[in-house]
Design a protein around this ligand. Structure first.
Ligand SMILES: [Zn+2]
Length: 375
C-alpha cells in the first residue's frame, strides 16, 4: 500500500523558500574529481541526504547559538550564532543547489517544547516553515505527542485547533512533509498509526525511508495523548519490514529514528558513543544502510557495524549532509568503509559525512568554514 506512494524528486522541486541569508558555508573541495563521461552513465547514483532533528519550534536562532572550536586556536571553543528557521533554510538551500538527487529528512521532535513564538500558535508556524524549506520526511518524536495524538494528526493533515480555532493568517493546511511512525500501532485495529515508510526514487532507483518513534514515549508524555497506541520495539519493527521492501526490489534502506546516543567527541566524530541507539543499531538487519538519529540533542557521525549513524544537535544549528552512493545494478547503497576517514578541519556548523567522499579520498580535503554574513 505504501509502495504506491512513490514520489519523484520533481514533485517537490521549487518548493524551497529562501527566508534570509544570515549564514554562508563556503565549500572547498581539494583534489581532482573525475568527471563522469557523457557517453557512459555512472554505474552509481549519488544521493545527498540532508538531515535534522529536535528542531523544537526554534523559528528564531536559539540563545547561545552553537559552540565550535575556535578557528584561530583549536584549544578554545567559541559560541557563534546558529540555528533557527532562517539560518537552516539558507544552509539547506545552499547544500541542495547543485545536487542532482537530494532528500531532506528529520528524526523527530520538530515541534513541542517550543519557544512562545511557535507554541502560541500550536506550532503551526513551525510546520509551515519546515514545509516551506522543503522538508520531505520526518520520524515522529516523543514531543510530537505533547498535545496528544489527535493534535499530531492535525499537524499532518491541517485544520483548525479544536478549542482555539484558527489563529494564523490563513487556514492551517498541515505539513507538506510526511510524518512516519513504523513502530506505533493502533491497539484496536492493529494498523500503523501513521505510514511506516516512504519510498522515493532517484534516477529510477528506489530508496526506502523508515520512520521510528521513541519506544519509551508512553512513559514520558501525558498518558491521554497516546491512549490506544502501542509503541513496539524499534529493531524488530525494521527487521520485519526489510523482507517486504526487498520483495519489491528495494535494497537501499534509510532509518529515521527518534532515539540517540552520547559520544564524547566533537560534531563530526564518535568516540565512545553510548546509549540506546548503539543497542538498536546492533540488532538492525544488515540491509539498513544509514541511520539518522536524534533525541539526545547531540551531534555525531559514527560508523557502527559498518553503517553510518548520524545526529545533528538541535534547534536547527546543524544540518547533516550525507552522501550515499547507490549501485545501479544491485540497487543497494555502497558499503561504508570500516574505517571511514575523519574529515579534519571541520568547524562544526555543518556535519558532513560522505560515503562517496570517503571512497574517493576526498573526505580529508572537504572543509567547511562557517562565516557570518550581514543579513
Ligand atoms: Zn528533543
Amino acid at each position: 500500500m505504501w509502495l504506491r506512494q512513490w514520489r519523484r524528486l520533481a514533485a517537490f522541486a521549487g518548493t524551497i523558500i529562501v527566508l534570509a541569508v544570515l549564514l554562508a558555508v563556503q565549500r572547498h573541495r581539494h583534489g581532482a574529481a573525475v568527471a563522469p563521461s557523457l557517453a557512459v552513465p555512472s554505474p552509481r547514483v549519488d544521493l545527498t541526504t540532508l538531515a535534522i532533528n529536535d528542531f523544537h519550534g526554534n523559528l528564531r536562532p536559539p540563545t547561545g547559538g552553537i559552540s565550535i572550536a575556535d578557528p584561530n586556536d583549536a584549544r578554545r571553543r567559541i559560541a557563534i550564532p546558529a540555528g533557527g528557521a532562517e539560518y537552516m533554510a539558507t544552509l539547506v538551500k545552499q547544500l541542495r543547489a547543485r545536487k542532482k538527487n537530494s532528500v531532506f529528512v528529520a528524526a523527530g521532535d520538530l515541534i513541542g517544547a517550543s519557544p512562545l513564538l511557535s507554541a502560541l500558535f500550536h506550532d503551526e508556524p513551525t510546520i509551515v516553515s519546515l514545509s516551506a524549506m522543503g522538508l520531505e520526511i520526518a520520524a515522529v518524536g516523543n514531543h510530537e505527542f505533547d498535545a496528544g495524538k489527535d493534535e499530531l494528526l492535525r499537524m499532518q493533515n491541517g485544520g483548525c485547533h479544536p478549542t482555539t480555532a484558527c489563529k494564523g493568517p490563513r487556514p492551517f493546511t498541515g505539513a507538506k512533509f510526511r510524518y512516519l511512525a513504523a513502530s506505533i500501532f493502533d491497539k484496536r485495529t492493529g494498523e500503523p498509526f501513521l505510514p511506516p515508510y516512504e519510498i522515493k526514487e532517484f534516477e529510477g532507483i528506489p530508496v526506502a525511508f523508515i520512520g521510528l518513534a521513541l519506544k519509551n514515549t508512553p512513559n514520558i508524555v501525558a498518558p491521554s495523548g497516546v491512549v490506544g497506541l502501542e509503541f513496539r520495539d524499534e529493531a524488530e519493527t525494521v527487521n520485519a519490514l526489510v523482507p517486504l521492501l526487498k520483495q519489491h526490489g528495494i535494497e537501499a534502506i534509510v532509518v529515521l529514528i527518534h532515539e540517540g546516543g552520547f559520544p564524547a567527541g566533537d560534531y563530526n566524530e564518535c568516540p565512545g558513543i553510548a546509549g540506546t541507539i548503539v543497542d538498536i543499531v546492533g540488532k538492525l538487519d544488515k540491509a539498513v544502510d544509514l541511520v539518522v538519529s536524534g533525541h539526545t540533542h547531540r551531534a555525531y557521525r559514527c560508523v557502527i557495524d559498518g553503517r553510518l549513524i548520524t545526529s545533528a544537535d538541535k534547534f536547527g544549528t546543524i544540518v547533516t549532509e550525507i552522501e550515499l552512493e547507490i549501485d545501479r545494478k544491485t540497487r543497494d547503497a555502497v558499503a561504508e568503509p570500516a574505517q571511514a576517514p575523519h574529515p579534519p578541519g571541520l568547524e562544526g556548523l555543518l556535519l558532513h559525512v560522505g560515503r562517496q567522499a570517503a571512497a574517493r579520498g576526498f573526505c580529508g580535503g572537504r572543509r567547511h568554514h562557517a562565516r557570518r554574513t550581514p543579513a
